[in-house]
Ligand binder design. Sequence first.
Ligand SMILES: Nc1ncnc2c1ncn2[C@@H]1O[C@H](COP(=O)(O)OP(=O)(O)OP(=O)(O)O)[C@@H](O)[C@H]1O
Length: 340
Amino acid sequence: MSRSDSDKDRLDEERLADERDPLGGEILDHDEPDVLDEFDDQPGELELYEREERAEPRVSVVSEGAPAPAADDEDEFRWHTEARHAVEGVEDAVEFVDVHKAFGRNRVLRGLNLGIPEGRISMILGPSGTGKSVCIKHMVGLLYPDQGDILVHGESVPNMVDDDLFEMRKKFGVLFQDGALFGSMNLYDNVAFPLRQHTDKGEDEIYEIVNRRLKEVGLAGSHDKMPNELSGGMRKRAGFARALVLDPEIVLFDEPDSGLDPVRTALLCELIKEVHAENGGAYVVITHDIASARRVAEFIAVLWRGRIVESGPARDLFESENPFVRQFLSGESQGPLGME
Ligand SMILES: Nc1ncnc2c1ncn2[C@@H]1O[C@H](COP(=O)(O)OP(=O)(O)OP(=O)(O)O)[C@@H](O)[C@H]1O
């Protein structure tokens, strides 16, 4: 069923009123292309969010404007062994190949090489402002690299034409920091939204799916609640239910623990594990919360200064000899990471 005009007007108003970009918490720049202009041509949840304009032709991922690595990089990257401990017999769902991304003079990704294993819960950990959100925006084509490539199931995301990108995004479920629920819709309609957008399913089937997903996240019986009646934890669970309704192959969680107390964080971590055990797929969680990593992560990648310091199965990383990884994963004040 397609969305009615009045629904679209409502969403337009909401998006214009709420200028926060739910993936990064940044304020949308009005000089950026208006995402709502794309809405009519390619309705889809991610199309509601800020999307970077990219230069034509889109086939090249090497930009002449990409800044050259600075001479002092070697010293900065002395802890970056980029050691990748193998996950036996598992392919990568997502791969970053030497990705560089700068915003003006701010070089955020500086030669990022990373593989996200299929069928595992992976965590990208790193200090604040180190590029974790920028990294996941590249996976869904909301940002484009200055240099390098991002492969999702072997397909290059920056090289995709719009139709392919739109199709590829159906593989993803995304849980934004605040759940990114539409304030004017009740919980049921929020969770049903991607199904109405992306599928031809009838309302009976949609009801069955939404009901099952809301039950799975412990929100059965809250169909009629409006987002402003929900606690932060409930909003996140509702966002999780919505991220799952299209049976995604890859689920991205942008700091699922932000704004939650330790108990609710622990409960959400348990929920992520249970749902993953039930549904499978590649889950990618970005966070700087080490307790969540201990609870949930099967695979960990530590990101710092736009490159991976080390990555591998969680137990290997928690036993790492690398001084930076040891300091970060134990939360010590002494070590290579200072107040910067
Ligand atoms: N669209 C943008 N335009 C300009 N700068 C940006 C943009 N998006 C991100 N940045 C910059 O990129 C850097 C990395 O930001 P990012 O949000 O990825 O960090 P993070 O590791 O997710 O941090 P945190 O843990 O605090 O959320 C920051 O300096 C940020 O200001």
